[in-house]
Write a protein that binds this ligand. Structure first.
Ligand SMILES: C[S@@+](CC[C@H](N)C(=O)[O-])C[C@H]1O[C@@H](n2cnc3c(N)ncnc32)[C@H](O)[C@@H]1O
Length: 266
């Protein structure tokens, strides 16, 4: 997702556009000439969008308005084709600020899963950084590759198919290791070997038992400043008849663990 200069806000073939009719009808579409998008509020002709600026309002063949919006990184993550659960944007945003990674960083992630985290990391380390993405199931890698390609960040990702618990990481001296697997404690010894001293290992786990076991192993492998958090996100329903939290929302997703590796005293 490039930052669009004020003078270059036009929608081009290949761009990802969030076509928004209303909260229930939002489509992330890669622009291609000849494409038609259908909804229960009518069909939309993609050729009528290409060349218009982001923010353009079009109408379906039934006369309903739709808006052509710039998708956020969250939109792109949430709309990957899923073969696994993914890291949710609310759980990633905070952790990214809690690490030192940015443009140019070299980072490892395991497992690739559907590639939602891969995309976010690749956008962050661009233009000259790289994400080494490890996954033990090749069919997941094939799906993730397509998601990463669609998001336009393939050049910043290198995929590795292997079981990290058994074989470890072949990439070393990285700025951070991101772990999203059911048994993070089995990855921590390899992460300790791959991450630069002073730098970060982070992990997501749905259960407290996983967090406890992971933290025990982090302590054994010379990590300090170890923390565990849960992010709770609550949306407000803003209405003329009364404003209050929405009744239904995603409640628990994962606990976030973060630690930094040290060089111990001789
Ligand atoms: C929850 S998914 C990761 C989702 C990913 N973070 C995303 O946002 O799309 C967990 C993945 O870890 C992979 N995995 C589990 N243990 C692994 C291991 N020891 N080595 C490599 N991959 C592993 C699984 O096959 C699965 O695809």
């Amino acid at each position: 997702m490039s930052n669009t200069p004020a003078t270059g806000n036009l929608i081009r073939a290949g761009d990802l556009v969030l076509i928004y009719l209303d909260a229930k009808r939002q489509f992330l579409v890669q622009m291609a000439s000849g494409l038609k998008l259908s909804s229960d509020h009518g069909a939309m002709d993609i050729d009528s969008i290409i060349g218009k600026p982001f923010g353009y309002t079009g109408t379906t063949h039934l006369g309903r308005p739709f808006y052509c919006l710039k998708p956020s990184l969250s939109d792109i993550m949430l709309k990957v084709k899923r073969m696994t659960t993914i890291v949710y944007p609310k759980d990633l945003g905070y952790l990214l600020l809690e690490t030192s990674i940015g443009p140019g960083a070299r980072v490892i992630e395991v497992g690739t899963g559907s590639g939602a985290l891969t995309i976010a990391l690749a956008k962050l380390v661009a233009r000259d950084g790289v994400v080494y993405s490890y996954e033990r199931r090749d069919e997941f890698v094939q799906n993730a590759k397509k998601n990463v390609e669609r998001a336009g960040c393939s050049e910043h990702v290198e995929f590795r198919v292997c079981d990290v618990a058994a074989d470890g990481f072949s990439d070393k001296d990285v700025d951070a290791v991101f772990i999203d697997v059911p048994e993070p404690w089995a990855i921590v010894p390899h992460a300790a070997d791959a991450v630069k001293s002073g730098h970060y290992v982070v992990s997501w786990s749905p259960n407290v038992e996983q967090v406890r076991r992971t933290i025990d192993v982090l302590k054994e492998h010379h990590f300090v400043r170890i923390s565990a958090h849960e992010m709770i996100l609550r949306e407000l329903l803003v209405r003329t008849q009364g404003t209050r939290p929405r009744e239904r929302s995603i409640t628990h997703t994962a606990y976030l663990v973060k630690a930094q590796k040290i060089i111990p005293l001789e």
